[in-house]
Structures are given as structure tokens and as C-alpha cells.
Design a protein around this ligand. Structure first.
Ligand code: FE2
Length: 356
């Protein structure tokens, strides 16, 4: 790309991001007024005491070391939004193919480091990663991991990054696959939902992690895994694309007062409630956006911002389209998602109280 064109694109994105933020404040204010019921609305221009950015599904085609332009747009947006922390629900590189060499796998992680991770860390923004099926799939054959080399590469890469992420780890014996993190006002447990199997051993571990003495009753508690608890998007409403037998896991999270289960993989934003458990399916930051179940329109690539107002225990969620750089309206989503053989998911509000 010629330097003049690159400069033009940079100026365009910067201008568009600034303009979108002004528009976003206005648009979100309107949504806020329309949707608030439980408590007085914090103004949309008000930054939360804790601001979390939620991203997912950045990867390109198998083996690719490049990212789609929407990933760069999302990173520019994050520079403007200045979150305290980024939570990434997985699929950061383009693995899950046995023919990829170790050299290729390493090159993809190096590219992720230079294109995504370093720019965030250099701005003082930490990251909590969850492993996706394209990063380090936990699929097994017999007692062996099918993608053992990919898991090894991911473990090596994230091991090198561990001290750079700005995190206080609580239980990191199986980092980066499953671990817990404590930050001021926040408790995050990452599970290995990089395949549909979250076995009993991991469920027991999750229960222990959630019961940790390091978790304060005032903490906003998030469990993050790559696959969702139920079907969200067309083509992913089938076995292998959602956590199998998720009822126990859902019950366990409810019993332990998890405020939000955060997932990726279905490439479509949907704030839902599943049998009383609040969940959030993230849109893709990169390639391959999908249609929500029962809809015709492809979801926009997106990222989500959570502003936490700790004295009111209030949360404001804003999801930005990376196509228009504007917030996506909640009422543009269906009120319910129903997939064959999967529990129905109800749409929920994007302004809510936590810890209740
Ligand atoms: Fe995925």
C-alpha cells in the first residue's frame, strides 16, 4: 500500500472513531432512557469506575498471520475508549489444522503479539485471554489431544506473556487454559471451552475457583469460555459448536452468583438470559460474522464495552459495530433465540444491576 493511501486510511479511521464516539454517547443515552427500569440511569457519557472491553474471534483463514481491517478498526476504537482491561474470549490465531507446522503456529502468535497484544499493553491496557478452538482446541481422541502441538504453542506463548498482562492470578496451575484472576472490584474465571467438552473435573475446578477466598462478595464476577452454553447463530446450532450438556454448568454458575458468562465462537452479539443465568455472546472482531438464529441479516463485526458503576452496582453495556462504528441497538435483535435441540435464549437488557 502506498504511504499516501495508508495515511489517508489512518486519518479516515481516526476521524471516524472520534465522530462515532460523539454519536455513540447520544445514541446510547437514548437507549439508556428507553431501557432503564431497575435503577436510575448513569449518563452514557459517564465512564464507569471500571471499564472492560470485550473482544473475540479475531482470526483470519487457517495459517494466516494477517488480521482483517475490522481488527485494526477495533484497536483504534479501544485506543479512544481506554478500557482498564480487555477480556478476549478466544480465537486469536488461525489454527485447528493438523498440517500447520510449528513454525507457522509460532508465526501466527508472533503476529498476534505485534498486531494486537503489544499495542494494547503499550497503552497500559491489560488482557485476559481465553483459548478458542483455533488457538488450542481441547478436542480429544482417546486420551490424547488432537491439536496437542497447538496447545503446546499456545501454552508457550501465553507463558511468556504472563507477567506482562497486568493481572493478579489466583489459581493459574492450568494457565492459559483455565485460571482465575482478581482485579479491584472484579473476579474472572476462565474455563477451557475450546471444544464442546467441559468435563466433570473442570466443573469441579470451576466450583472451587468461584468459592475462592480471594473473591469478594462485592466483586463483579465473570466466567469466560470460548463456546457458548446454548446456540446463538445459524450454522452453529449443532453438536460441537456449543458446550455439551451445559445444564450443570449453568446451574453451578447460578449457585455461585456469577454475574455474566461470556463467550465467543458464534460470531454474533447477543445479550441473553439462559434459565436465569445472564450470558453474553460476543460478535467477531475479525472475519466471518454470522446470522443470529431466526434472522436473515449477518451480524456486524463488533466489540462490547462494559462500564461498571461500583457504588450503584450498575452495569452499562455498549456494543459497537466495527462496520459503522456506532452502537448496535438492542431492539435490532430478536427477543428470543431458538435452536433445534438447544435451550431457548431470551434477550435481556443491556443495563442491569450486578451482585443481586
Ligand atoms: Fe471459535
Amino acid at each position: 500500500m502506498k504511504a499516501s493511501r495508508r495515511l489517508f486510511l489512518q486519518l479516515f479511521v481516526t476521524t471516524a472513531v472520534s465522530r462515532c464516539l460523539l454519536d455513540a454517547v447520544q445514541a446510547t443515552s437514548q437507549q439508556t432512557a428507553a431501557n432503564y427500569t431497575a435503577f436510575e440511569s448513569p449518563t452514557a457519557s459517564e465512564r464507569g469506575d471500571l471499564r472492560l472491553a470485550l473482544i473475540s474471534d479475531l482470526n483470519g483463514p487457517y495459517g494466516s498471520t494477517r488480521y482483517s481491517p475490522t481488527v485494526a478498526t477495533g484497536l483504534d476504537l479501544l485506543s479512544e475508549l481506554k478500557p482498564d482491561l480487555v477480556l478476549c474470549a478466544g480465537d486469536m490465531v488461525a489454527g485447528q489444522k493438523l498440517s500447520l507446522t510449528d513454525f507457522q503456529l509460532e508465526a501466527m502468535w508472533n503476529s498476534f503479539q505485534s498486531a494486537v497484544l503489544n499495542p494494547l499493553l503499550q497503552k497500559g491496557i491489560g488482557m485476559i485471554p481465553a483459548m478458542g478452538n483455533h488457538d488450542a482446541s481441547s478436542q480429544t481422541t482417546g486420551s490424547r489431544y488432537v491439536f496437542a502441538r497447538e496447545r503446546h504453542q499456545a501454552e508457550t506463548f501465553w507463558g511468556r506473556q504472563k507477567s506482562r498482562l497486568g493481572l493478579e492470578f489466583i489459581d493459574a496451575n492450568q494457565y492459559p487454559f483455565q485460571f482465575s484472576v482478581k482485579q479491584p472490584g472484579l473476579f474472572v474465571v476462565v474455563i477451557d471451552a475450546s471444544s464442546a467438552t467441559v468435563d466433570q473435573g473442570q466443573q469441579r475446578w470451576l466450583e472451587q475457583a468461584l468459592a475462592s477466598k480471594s473473591r469478594s462478595p462485592d466483586d463483579f464476577c465473570v466466567v469466560m469460555g470460548h463456546l457458548p452454553l446454548t446456540a446463538i447463530s445459524v450454522g452453529r446450532d449443532r453438536a460441537g459448536e456449543c458446550i455439551e450438556d451445559a445444564t450443570k454448568l449453568t446451574d453451578l454458575m447460578q449457585q455461585h452468583h456469577v454475574d455474566l458468562y461470556l463467550s465467543g465462537h458464534h460470531h454474533a452479539w447477543y445479550p441473553g438470559e439462559l434459565k436465569g443465568q445472564r450470558v453474553l455472546s460476543l460478535g467477531a472482531m475479525g472475519n466471518g460474522p454470522r446470522r443470529l438464529l431466526g434472522t436473515q441479516r449477518t451480524s456486524d463485526p463488533s466489540l462490547t464495552l462494559l462500564d461498571l458503576f461500583q457504588d450503584k452496582k450498575a452495569v452499562r453495556e455498549t456494543t459497537f459495530s466495527l462496520k459503522t462504528l456506532e452502537p448496535i441497538r438492542l431492539d435490532s435483535l430478536p427477543k428470543q433465540l431458538s435452536g433445534k435441540s438447544f435451550p431457548t435464549l431470551d434477550r435481556r437488557d443491556i443495563h442491569w444491576s450486578y451482585g443481586t
